[in-house]
Design a protein around this ligand. Structure first.
Ligand code: NAD
Length: 290
């Protein structure tokens, strides 16, 4: 396939490299980042898009996606697919899909989980929103860049799945960290806490697979001085998107709201920026009630 790839940063570069390695013809554009080996550079987003069967975007946020899409869509062939893999607000995903439809272009929102490691290894999970026709065209590319792709429904539903998942993740990480900090103050050994909780009803991905306590459970960023992994500021971004969506949909999400406020304090006022999101544990360790 002829593929245009816009946004070759931490995630986009390894994803594009995997498409090249699988034999696809990839033309890329980025305002700063260098092209990975085998990706032909275009001087503009429109240049990367014009002959493409599929254009993939992997950009920082919804505002940037909207401005890039305005340039891209008119340059694309009719029947080609615009596949946005960035994490953006549901509203931007739906607006871009409408613009694409008006121009005879198919659109799919397909945010990912799996992080930089998953992007490099080709083991991402894609959660996709868009038509069956668009999903069928892009699916073989998801199979190269990832290990799982779930078609979640119409446009915007991929982003909806992503922010609901990450709202659970943020809330669960905070619950796991505050419980470890309480256990410390009660004199309960962390390994014993892990042995009990990881096999009891308090178990979760954050406890069992990504334990925030160093030296306990499987290897995780806690064992590497809390270097990310999944950075606290990216968790804050996703929690804010969840609260923006909850506001727009009139959904009551008190735990998600509090998780967003806690990660906001951590990132903006408590040196959490640049730390893994599991560094909430040392944050709670230092604090007192009230
Ligand atoms: P990044 O900042 O490393 O990459 C974004 C790239 O977009 C940069 O290279 C930047 O130069 C480029 N860019 C910005 N504006 C542009 C424009 N107008 N035209 C062309 N290129 C432009 O970010 P990332 O970590 O690769 O994340 C990309 C997206 O993936 C984000 O939406 C993020 O939330 C999501 N995501 C990231 C992770 C992760 O672990 N890093 C995990 C899941 C999802």
């Amino acid at each position: 396939m002829k593929i245009g790839f816009i946004g070759l940063g931490n995630m986009g570069a390894p994803m594009a490299a995997n498409l090249v390695a699988a034999g696809h013809d990839v033309t890329g554009h980025d305002i700063h980042a260098a092209m990975p080996d085998g990706v032909v550079a275009a001087i503009s987003a429109a240049g990367a898009a014009k002959d493409a069967d599929v254009v993939i975007t992997m950009l920082p946020n919804g505002a940037i996606l909207r401005s890039v899409a305005e340039e891209l869509i008119p340059a694309m062939k009719k029947g080609a697919v615009l596949c946005d893999c960035s994490t953006v607000d549901v509203e931007s995903a739906r607006v871009v899909a409408e613009q694409a439809a008006e121009a005879g272009v198919l659109a799919i929102d397909a945010p990912v989980s799996g992080g930089i490691g998953g992007a490099a290894a080709g083991t991402l999970t894609f959660m996709a929103g868009g038509s069956d026709a668009a999903f069928a065209i892009v699916r073989p590319l998801f199979d190269i860049m990832g290990q799982k792709a779930v078609h979640c429904g119409p446009s915007g539903n991929g982003q909806a799945a992503k922010i609901c998942n990450n709202m659970i993740l943020g809330v669960t990480m905070i619950a796991t960290c505050e419980a470890f900090a309480l256990a410390d103050k009660l004199g309960l050994d962390r390994q014993k806490m892990f042995d009990v909780v990881s096999t009891s009803s308090g178990y979760s991905w954050t406890m069992n697979a990504y334990c925030p306590a160093p030296g306990v459970g499987p290897q995780s960023p806690a064992d590497n001085d809390y270097k990310p992994g999944f950075a606290a500021e990216l968790m804050l971004k996703d929690l804010r998107l969840s609260q923006q969506a909850a506001e727009a949909a009139d959904a009551d999400t008190p735990m998600g709201q509090l998780a967003a406020l806690l990660y906001e304090s951590f990132v903006e006022r408590e040196d959490g920026k640049g730390m893994d999101f599991s560094a909430m544990l040392p944050r709670f360790e230092k604090r007192h009630r009230g």
